[in-house]
Design a protein around this ligand. Structure first.
Ligand SMILES: [Zn+2]
Length: 248
């Protein structure tokens, strides 16, 4: 894939700025605060932030990770979300180039990032962001194929959840997981969807080894599996073919 380093830099800065907005969503949606007003303020001293306190990553570094007014520590999670989102946007640009639907794919992954952090922090998956991720995933030249795949992915996971909960006599999968599955299927198609599910399950084993009996949020693993599969789709599909049918 040919790419332009100046374009990549702009996309990084754009992704970082969107990451800054993701922090607003991550903090406000689970706490049921409007995402438009009031403007950003320090959660501790309630002083409104000036524009130069609000520059993604840079402000956090220059303020030494503290509030400019009350010196309350500001978590490194804020600049990290911004940085991670910037990196995701650049990786997606390297993968698909500056196609017209690039912003929608990038925003879909940004929504998955926000959902992952909210799931880690609150064990919750807000519907608003979940449906936004799905809608962004559907906006591409193959809209009808993506829509069909989303429906199959959702139905598939619903059936898995239905029979698992019948067998285990408890709810195995939530409605939120089904929507995430639809987003994954819309972004990846089949059979790449199954590769992403497999990678997610493998990655999810790591924390479950350390944290027994505690709730493990699954959206972060689904999101990591989806991103890896999206970025290395052809390589992974080739690998799958070799594994199933041997060297061709
Ligand atoms: Zn403060």
């Amino acid at each position: 894939m040919e790419y332009n380093i100046v374009v990549a830099l702009f996309i990084f800065l754009f992704g970082v700025s969107v990451g800054s907005f993701l922090n607003v969503l991550i903090y406000r949606i689970p706490n049921e605060i409007s995402i438009i007003s009031p403007p950003s303020a320090c959660p501790n001293c309630k002083n409104r932030l000036k524009w130069y306190h609000n520059i993604p990553i840079i402000s956090w570094i220059f303020l030494g990770g503290k509030c400019a007014f009350c010196e309350q520590k500001i978590s490194i999670k804020y600049p990290l979300v911004e940085l991670i989102n910037g990196i995701i946007w650049v990786l997606l640009y390297f993968k698909i180039g500056l196609v017209w639907y690039f912003p929608f794919v990038a925003l879909s992954f940004s929504m998955l990032l926000a959902l992952s952090i909210i799931d880690l922090k609150y064990y919750a998956v807000p519907d608003s962001l979940n449906y936004a991720a799905l809608i962004f995933a559907l906006i591409n030249p193959n809209f009808l194929i993506s829509l069909r795949d989303a429906a199959i992915g959702a139905l598939g996971l619903f059936l898995v959840g239905y029979f698992t909960s019948k067998l285990a006599k408890k709810d195995a999968l939530g409605e939120a997981d089904i929507i995430v599955a639809a987003t994954m299927a819309a972004l990846l198609g089949f059979p790449a969807f199954f590769i992403a599910m497999f990678i997610s399950a493998i990655v999810a084993i790591i924390p479950s080894l350390f944290a027994k009996d505690t709730m493990i949020p699954f959206v972060p693993f689904l999101s990591i599996g989806t991103l890896i599969t999206y970025l290395y789709k052809e390589e992974l599909l080739n690998l799958l073919e070799v594994l199933l049918y041997g060297q061709s």
